[in-house]
Design a protein around this ligand. Structure first.
Ligand SMILES: [Zn+2]
Length: 446
């Protein structure tokens, strides 16, 4: 039985979908004003593991992930580069999908874009006004009236006393100290990016797009909403208020949220110089899947501390794993006990560190390698480390080549790079390419 920590109850709960075996899963996507950073990627990997665990339990997952292609930051960036917003966004959107592929994150079923749902958002806001949950200001902006929605704060645990009734916040992102009526529609100047609406020229707020696009694809009530803890307030809180305000029904049964990624135990920030993307990781010679492995080593509700040392450790572990399984025989009947232990770990609120421990334990066991291979393939359906690419792919290195490799490593260590380069060329002539990785030389896979 799969158990998930539900942020609505702040408890571990049995997972019971509305319409089994189908599961509706919505996860907040990127805002395409820059490359996504490794903190975003941690959340996306967590959500991918969640989907894989659901599938390993026999569920059929329908997943939606939005692309926020209009917001304050995109408009500002496009203005600075003197580009239309879609042209400004396009390269970041492409890079986002490349990142997902490199990290072996499964594609969502739908990636709705905010700019393609403006009409639907306007109708949604009209409904809220009709229900007296929202009001238009003279300037043409529309706000959600949180005093009319008694459940406001139920997800983030806000105390009613700190709600600042009768005040408004226009910004898409704001802190827990700014608990005020929030913007559903923002009036903009005629020469800015915007759309015609019953309230004048303007554009939607960030929160309304997720209410509209999740319900459009998954229904008025769906099973799981995923994201990161930084989205709980105001974003997910506001999604609940808008959605439940409109339908009068429960919006989502389970809210699951991943903790922050820290860099050197500090919050990642461009100004602090500790802001990294997948490009930075690759430029240093790491495999993107080493980052995926690193994410799996921490529980999703614990903070993950990223350092170059911890990433090196992950790359090392991944390389070792690949080396071990190269020698495995063809997969046959698996190791039932280890498969069971593995599922128990992942079903316990996605305890991936425990699941990895089960995998490493299995390697040490006396089962034949064909059995370990079979079980490993099952485990990798959840881990997503593409281990099948290495399984049973023995590298037969002739003694002559191995001798040259050892010799080259020695000369390289002694600093004689000219000689070591000559040896590399000799090795290449024998048909083997050497690649120096952060954890030592490796044969390049052909
Ligand atoms: Zn969202």
């Amino acid at each position: 039985m799969l158990k998930l920590y539900n942020f609505l109850s702040r408890k571990l709960e049995d997972f019971n979908p509305i319409n089994p075996p189908n599961v509706g899963l919505y996860t907040c996507g990127p805002t395409t004003y820059d490359f996504v950073h490794i903190g975003n990627l941690r959340t996306f990997i967590f959500e991918d593991v969640l989907q894989r665990v659901l599938e390993a339990n026999g569920y059929k997952v329908k997943r939606g992930m939005n692309i926020t292609d209009i917001d304050d930051k995109i408009i500002k960036g496009a203005k600075e580069k003197n580009l239309p917003i879609d042209e400004f966004s396009a390269p970041f959107e492409r890079a986002f999908f490349q990142d997902l592929e490199k990290l072996n994150i499964k594609s969502a079923d739908v990636y709705p874009k905010a700019t393609e749902h403006i009409g639907h958002m306007i109708r949604f806001i009209e409904e809220l006004i009709k229900k007296d949950l929202a009001y238009a200001e003279k300037d043409g902006s529309v706000y959600f009236d949180i005093s009319k929605f008694p459940n406001y704060g139920k997800l983030s645990g806000l105390d009613n006393r700190i709600l600042k009734h009768g005040t408004r916040v226009l910004a898409d992102e704001y802190s827990k100290d700014d608990v005020q009526d929030f913007a559903l529609w923002k009036a903009t100047e005629a020469d800015e990016v915007g759309y015609d609406s019953p309230w004048g020229f303007g554009r939607p707020g960030w929160h309304i797009e997720c209410s509209v696009m999740s319900q459009e694809n998954l229904g008025e009530t769906f099973d799981i909403h995923g994201g990161g803890v930084d989205l709980i307030f105001p974003h997910h809180e506001n999604e609940i208020a808008q959605s439940e305000g409109k339908t009068g029904k429960k919006f989502v049964n389970y809210f699951v949220e991943a903790e922050h990624l820290l860099v050197n135990n500090q919050k990642m920030a461009k100004s602090a110089g500790n802001f990294f993307t997948l490009r930075d990781i690759e430029e240093k010679g790491f495999d993107p899947l080493a980052f995926r492995y690193l994410v799996l080593t921490a529980h999703y509700r614990d903070k993950l501390n990223f350092t170059w040392e911890s990433l090196t450790g992950a790359q090392n572990a991944l390389n070792n794993l690949r080396e071990i399984i190269r020698d495995f025989d063809e997969p046959k009947i698996g190791c039932a006990q280890y498969e069971q232990d593995f599922m128990e770990a992942v079903n316990n609120d996605l305890n991936m560190p425990q699941a990895l421990a089960v995998m490493w334990d299995m390697f040490k066991s006396d089962y034949p390698s064909s059995a370990k291979a079979k079980t490993l393939l099952e485990m990798d359906k959840v881990l997503g480390l593409k281990l099948d690419e290495y399984l049973g792919k023995k590298v037969e290195v002739p003694a002559e080549v191995q001798r040259l490799v050892d010799q080259r490593e020695q000369t390289r260590r002694s600093g004689d790079f000219k000689k070591s380069d000559g040896l590399r060329k000799k090795i290449k002539k024998l048909g083997f390419e050497i690649e120096d990785t952060p954890v030592g030389p490796r044969f390049k896979r052909g």
